[in-house]
Design a protein. Structure first.
Length: 394
C-alpha cells in the first residue's frame, strides 16, 4: 500500500510541477504579448503625435504670415475702392518684424508684402465688377452679386482687423497659441457670416423688382423700379419670386449656407496666396513654414519630447518613462552627441520696426469725374435725352 501511495504522490507532484511550468510559461507569453502590444501602441501614438505637432506648427507659420499680411493692410477691405470700384488705393509701404529671437526682442528679420501687380490680382472680385458693368446684366445675377460681394468685403475686413490685433502679441505666443485662437475666430466669423447672409438675402430683394433698361440705347445697365402702369405682369412675377425666395431661405438654409461658408474659405485661402520678401528674397506663405521649423526647432522638439515621455508613462509604465527622461536629459546636457536641443541662430537681423498697421488711402474721384466718365457712352445728357425719347414713344 505504501508503494502505491508513493507512486500516486509522485505522479501528482509531476502533474503539479507540469502545471506550474505551464502557468509560468503562459504568464511569460502573456507578458511578452502585452509588452509587444504596448510597444506597438506606443509607437503608433508617438508617430501620430509627431504628425499632429508638425501640422500644428505648420498652421502657426501660415497664421504668422497672415498676421504680417494684415499689418501691411493690402487686403481689399474698402467696398468703395479698388478692386470693387475704379478708385485707386494708396497703401503705405512698410516692413514687418518676423522671427524675433526669444532672448532679444530688439532684433528681427524683415518681411515685406508689397501691393504689386502679383498681389493685387483679385480674380473673383474683378469678374463681379466686370459683370456689373456689362450692359446685359441679369437682375437675378445682380441679386446674388449684391449678397456675395458684401460678404467678401466683410470677411476680408474681419481677417484684416483680427489678425492685425493678433500681430500685436509677442511672436512666440502667436506660434504657440495662434492655431487655437484663429480656430475660435474662424467659427465666430462663420456665425457672423450666416447672420449677415440672411440680412443681405432680405435687404437686396429689391433687385427682383428691377428692370434693365438697356433697350433704351444705353451703354451701361440702368435699373428702374417697376410700376403697375409699366409692366403689371412682371410686377406680379416679382412678388411671387420674393415669396419664393423668402420661403426658400427658411426651407433650404442648410444648402444655401454653403454660400457664406464658401466665401469665407475663399477669403482665407486667398490670404495664403500672397507673396512677400523675407530680407529681400521672394517667399510665399508655404515657404514660411520651413523657416519657422528652423528658428523654432527647440520649441517644436520640446513639445515632441513632452508628449513622447507622457505617452511612455501611459503606455509602457513608470520605468520606461523614467528611462526616456534620463535619455533626453543626457541629450540636452550634451552627454549624447545630438544637437536636437541646439537652436539655429537667426541671420540678417536688424532693429525691430513699428508694429503699427500701414495707412490706407482711397483716391476717390470727384463729382465732375463721375459725371463725365462713369458711363461708357460718354455724355450723360445725351443718354438722358434718349431715355426721355424712348419713354415718350417718339
Amino acid at each position: 500500500m505504501s508503494d502505491k501511495s508513493n507512486d500516486t504522490s509522485a505522479i501528482d507532484n509531476k502533474k503539479k510541477g507540469g502545471s506550474l511550468l505551464s502557468d509560468v510559461s503562459s504568464k511569460i507569453k502573456g507578458s511578452l504579448t502585452d509588452f509587444t502590444s504596448n510597444i506597438k501602441g506606443f509607437l503608433i501614438y508617438v508617430i501620430t503625435t509627431i504628425i499632429l505637432i508638425l501640422l500644428y506648427f505648420s498652421s502657426s507659420g501660415l497664421i504668422l504670415f497672415v498676421c504680417k499680411l494684415a499689418q501691411t493692410n493690402i487686403l481689399p477691405t474698402d467696398e468703395n475702392c479698388y478692386p470693387y470700384t475704379n478708385d485707386k488705393v494708396d497703401i503705405e509701404k512698410i516692413k514687418t518684424n518676423i522671427f524675433t529671437p526669444f532672448f532679444d526682442q530688439t532684433l528681427s528679420m524683415k518681411l515685406e508684402i508689397p501691393n504689386d501687380c502679383k498681389n493685387s490680382k483679385y480674380t473673383i472680385i474683378n469678374m463681379i465688377k466686370k459683370y456689373k458693368e456689362n450692359p446685359n446684366t441679369s437682375f437675378l445675377a445682380n441679386y446674388f452679386i449684391s449678397i456675395i460681394e458684401p460678404l467678401i468685403q466683410f470677411d476680408y475686413s474681419f481677417i484684416n482687423s483680427t489678425m492685425n490685433y493678433l500681430n500685436s502679441l509677442p511672436e512666440y505666443l502667436i506660434i504657440l497659441f495662434g492655431p487655437m485662437i484663429t480656430t475660435f475666430l474662424f467659427f465666430i466669423c462663420l456665425l457672423l457670416n450666416g447672420i449677415y447672409f440672411v440680412y443681405l438675402w432680405f435687404a437686396n430683394l429689391g433687385w427682383l423688382f428691377s428692370l434693365n433698361l438697356n433697350s433704351l440705347g444705353l451703354d451701361k445697365p440702368i435699373q428702374s423700379i417697376i410700376t403697375i402702369i409699366l409692366i403689371p405682369l412682371m410686377l406680379t412675377l416679382s412678388i411671387l419670386m420674393i415669396i419664393l425666395f423668402i420661403v426658400g431661405l427658411f426651407l433650404g438654409f442648410r444648402f444655401l449656407a454653403a454660400i457664406p461658408v464658401g466665401v469665407l474659405v475663399y477669403c482665407v485661402v486667398s490670404c495664403l496666396l500672397y507673396n512677400g520678401l523675407l530680407n529681400g528674397k521672394p517667399i510665399s506663405s508655404l515657404e514660411i513654414i520651413p523657416e519657422l521649423f528652423k528658428y523654432y526647432k527647440v520649441s517644436i522638439v520640446s513639445a515632441v519630447v513632452f508628449f513622447v515621455i507622457s505617452t511612455a508613462f501611459l503606455k509602457l509604465g513608470i520605468i520606461p518613462g523614467i528611462f526616456l527622461i534620463i535619455t533626453f536629459l543626457m541629450i540636452y546636457c550634451g552627454v549624447q552627441d545630438l544637437d536636437i536641443f541646439k537652436p539655429i541662430p537667426e541671420t540678417n537681423l536688424s532693429p525691430v520696426v513699428s508694429y503699427k498697421q500701414a495707412t490706407r488711402t482711397c483716391q476717390k474721384h470727384g463729382f465732375l469725374y463721375n459725371l463725365l466718365f462713369s458711363q461708357k457712352g460718354g455724355n450723360i445728357t445725351k443718354e438722358l435725352k434718349n431715355i426721355s425719347k424712348n419713354l415718350s414713344g417718339k
